[in-house]
Design a binder for this molecule. Structure first.
Ligand code: ADP
Length: 763
């Protein structure tokens, strides 16, 4: 309804004003222009294209077109001028009547003629973009919408593909994609061709532009007024006075319009010029910015490369540290193991005990270095997983305090332990790592205090534990506070005090605190003392599991039948160490130097447990474990327990895939208590204090089998004995315990034991 009312109202107003009458006359005139225009287009399509005067296909993209194609514009202009002149009656009434036809025919003649004359050069301003794939859709870098190839053009100003719409709307690119094809350049080129050089170069100045613009505008005004004058004067042709009055009115209007046009043109030229200057400045700034962005991009690429290289180097470092730890741990394992055994060996003379103690101390120091480095490498590479479990907090604290109270007492300094508020019975924490932090901080306090004492204070509130360790020791100079948290950095006072240390403890303690989501702060005054504070989230466990593991009792053996353990390790010293530890406890020990040998041995010796090394030549421990499991399943045997004893702390993550509990992954050097703890769980043993005799189920070797063994033993032919033992095992597995024991003796070159076991006299 609104539309109807609105449109009817407009129509009524126009009729009242006599606009339709005026329109009728004007439209008659303009129809000539319209016919000339349509004629030019039709001529181009139906004559020029088939004749090959214009390129095949029709191009619509502004980026590919000249602003002015003389074929269309020229033929339309010539046809319009001719037909309008005819329309005015200048060529007589006949031509006036046929002015429309004159427009059409002229356009039809001019279009091919101009195309021929210009050789069709002004149809396409640039070649098609070969980089644009015809099949795919392309994304516009400005509006970020996707279009087909026909709608896209490669834009040098935006350095990408842009769509036709964005291209048409952009006014700042100055048609950089088609040099020489803009209106301004085309006009200049045309003028340069038509006018003498001196004049054409002058025209390309401010005054020249002004004069050109003024000429165009005044021509348009003159033409328009002339047309209106002709129409008006024709209407009042009989009245001379009226024509005079009308004439003087038109003249005045014409003069005023020319003056206004002159001023406006000057303003337009100045405005255009200032816009161009501003545009040039903006372009300059843009290109500077682009250059800066390019430089940043390059720097960014270099930084990324440097970061990648640093990460790779870090990874290489972690691998290197792991490798070194493997190499160091293997001999250390034996050094510490044997030192531990020798220390408790009553046959060692007292004079030599000190030497053994030194070996053990040095080994321990070396081990703490290796462990420290490993911990740092593991934390840095994100491979250290916290083993959070229930922890009996008061017992744990009592152990820690007890350890340092004794050390402080021995040093002659006071040690005060102070609990503020309630301390929960059980908290959730990684016992090993929490202990590592506290032992380091409290240990340092005791170590670096010569007089006065150390106060260890615990405040536990809202599941947050604050450990405060205060001492009256040598203190740390302010400029060293940051440095001492770096690996291998030791304070100047500490070095001067003669206290030994690795310089790794604080680094690890701080890293572990951060890993647990806590924080460590320190303030210290040289000569007065230091205060370390560690805040950690240790949530209380209100309903703890019934029994938490306690320490192992003194072990002499175990109850029940004798158990067989197979040690698989390529390092003979490590095998021997384990055998030496376990054999006295009543275990029957077998050994294999490789995964293959272990696989060969298991069906004969039927071990109850396998202690397996990981890093072995040939098939490694993981593969051995997998094959053992497969064999066991195939033979319908029950699950064979495997405990991994590896020098590589980084491999622990692979236990799940091998069907081994993470707790059964022990890192060398293994503490005897830890190992026995795992063996007890794996075999379901009950330890017994004091000497124990386990029931054997040995089948004595019949003489026809024992005799050749005795003979080989008398000859000392170890290889021959081993082959014979293997053969016996193959023939009859009943004797595997006997052969196993004999094999162990022979491999240790204990031929006397071997012969004694066979009932022969050793020579
Ligand atoms: P280490 O104790 O093996 O030298 P740490 O990493 O544990 O290595 O400590 C680094 C350094 O921090 C020490 O050498 C010492 O200079 C300083 N430091 C740590 N704790 C204290 C403390 N309680 N009093 C004085 N200095 C300390």
């Amino acid at each position: 309804m609104v539309w109807v009312v609105f449109n009817v109202a407009i129509a009524l107003v126009l009729m009242q004003l006599g606009v339709f009458k005026a329109l009728e006359q004007v439209l008659g005139l303009y129809s000539n222009v319209a016919i000339a225009w349509v004629g030019a287009i039709v001529a181009d399509l139906v004559i020029n294209k088939p004749l090959g005067l214009s390129p095949p296909g029709i191009e619509f993209k502004r980026a590919h077109l000249y602003d002015i194609n003389p074929v269309g514009v020229g033929s339309m202009l010539i046809a319009s001028i001719l037909s309008i002149t005819a329309f005015t009656g200048l060529f007589g009434p006949m031509a006036q009547a046929f002015s429309s036809f004159i427009a059409l025919i002229t356009a039809f003649i001019c279009a091919p003629a101009i195309a021929y004359a210009t050789k069709g050069r002004y149809y396409l301003a640039r070649k098609p973009d070969a980089s644009l794939n015809a099949a795919a859709e392309h994304r516009c870098v400005i509006c970020e919408k996707s279009y087909e190839r026909e709608d896209m053009a490669l834009c040098p100003a935006y350095r990408g593909n842009i769509c036709s719409l964005c291209c048409s709307l952009d006014a700042r690119c100055h048609d950089a994609c088609k040099p020489g094809a803009s209106l301004r350049e085309q006009t200049n080129a045309a003028l340069a061709k038509l006018l003498p050089t001196a004049l054409s170069s002058r025209l390309d100045s401010r005054l020249g532009h002004y004069l050109l613009l003024l000429t165009i505008v005044t021509s348009v005004i003159t033409g328009a007024l002339a047309l209106i004058w002709m129409q008006e004067s024709a209407a009042v042709v009989t009245d001379a006075a009226l024509i005079d009055a009308l004439g003087s009115g038109f003249l005045k209007l014409y003069a005023v319009l020319i003056v206004i046009a002159a001023v406006l043109c000057w303003w337009l030229v100045l405005n255009g010029e200032s816009r161009r200057v501003a545009q040039e400045e903006s372009n300059r700034q843009t290109s500077l910015l682009m250059r800066e962005i390019d430089a940043h991009r390059k720097t960014d690429i270099e930084l990324q490369a440097a970061k990648l290289a640093a990460e790779r180097a870090n990874l290489a470092k972690s691998r290197y540290v792991t490798g070194i730890s493997h190499e160091l741990r293997t001999p250390l394992n034996s050094i510490l193991g044997y030192a531990e055994m020798l220390q408790h060996d009553p046959s060692i003379p007292v004079a030599r005990r000190d030497a053994v103690a030194v070996i053990r101390r040095s080994g321990d120091h070396l081990l703490s270095l290796v462990d420290g480095l490993l911990d740092i490498a593991k934390i840095e590479s994100g491979k250290l997983a916290l083993e959070v479990d229930e922890l009996r907090f008061p017992e744990f604290l009592a152990q820690t305090v007890g350890m340092f109270r004794l050390a402080a007492h021995n040093k002659g300094i006071a040690f005060v332990y102070d609990e503020q508020g309630k301390v929960p019975a059980v908290v959730r924490a990684d016992k090993k790592r929490l202990g590592q932090i506290l032992i380091n901080i409290v240990g340092n306090a005791v170590k670096f205090t010569e007089a006065g004492g150390v106060t260890f204070r615990l405040r536990w509130r809202g599941d947050i534990a604050s450990f405060e360790v205060r001492d009256s020791g040598i203190g740390i100079p302010p400029d060293e506070i940051d440095r001492i948290f770096q690996p291998f950095e030791r304070g100047s006072q500490a070095s001067a005090s003669g206290e030994t240390g690795t310089g790794l403890g604080l680094t690890i303690a701080k890293m572990l605190t951060s890993l647990m989501g806590g924080e460590m702060t320190v303030d210290s005054t040289p000569g007065t003392g230091s205060r370390f504070e560690i805040r950690l989230f240790l949530p209380e466990v209100r309903e703890p599991r019934a029994a938490l593991p306690t320490t192992l009792p003194d072990i002499g053996g175990y109850a029940g039948p004798r158990r067989r353990i197979l040690v698989v390790d390529n390092e003979a010293v490590d095998r021997r160490f384990l055998i030496n530890v376990l054999e006295p406890l009543g275990f029957e020990m077998f050994e294999a130097a490789s995964g293959i040998e272990a696989l060969r041995l298991v069906p004969h010796v039927h071990p109850d447990l396998v202690l397996l090394d990981i890093g072995m030549p040939g098939i490694d421990g993981w593969e051995t474990a997998r094959l053992l499991r497969v064999n066991q399943e195939q033979n319908g045997h029950p699950h064979l327990p495997i405990i991994v004893i590896s020098a590589d702390a980084f491999e622990a993550g692979r236990t799940a895939a091998a069907g081994i509990a993470p707790r059964d992954y022990l890192v060398k050097p293994v503490g005897v208590a830890t190992l026995l703890g795992r063996i007890r769980v794996a075999l379901g043993l009950v330890w017994i204090a004091g000497p124990v005799v386990n029931d054997g189920d040995d089948e004595a070797l019949p003489d026809h089998l024992a005799q050749p063994l005795r003979e080989l033993g008398a000859l000392g032919h170890v290889r021959g004995i081993l082959d014979k033992l293997d053969e016996i095992d193959r023939i009859d597995s009943r004797y595997h315990r006997q052969t196993g024991r004999l094999r162990a003796s022979v491999k240790a070159f204990q031929l006397a034991d071997y012969l004694r076991a066979l009932g022969a006299e050793a020579k």
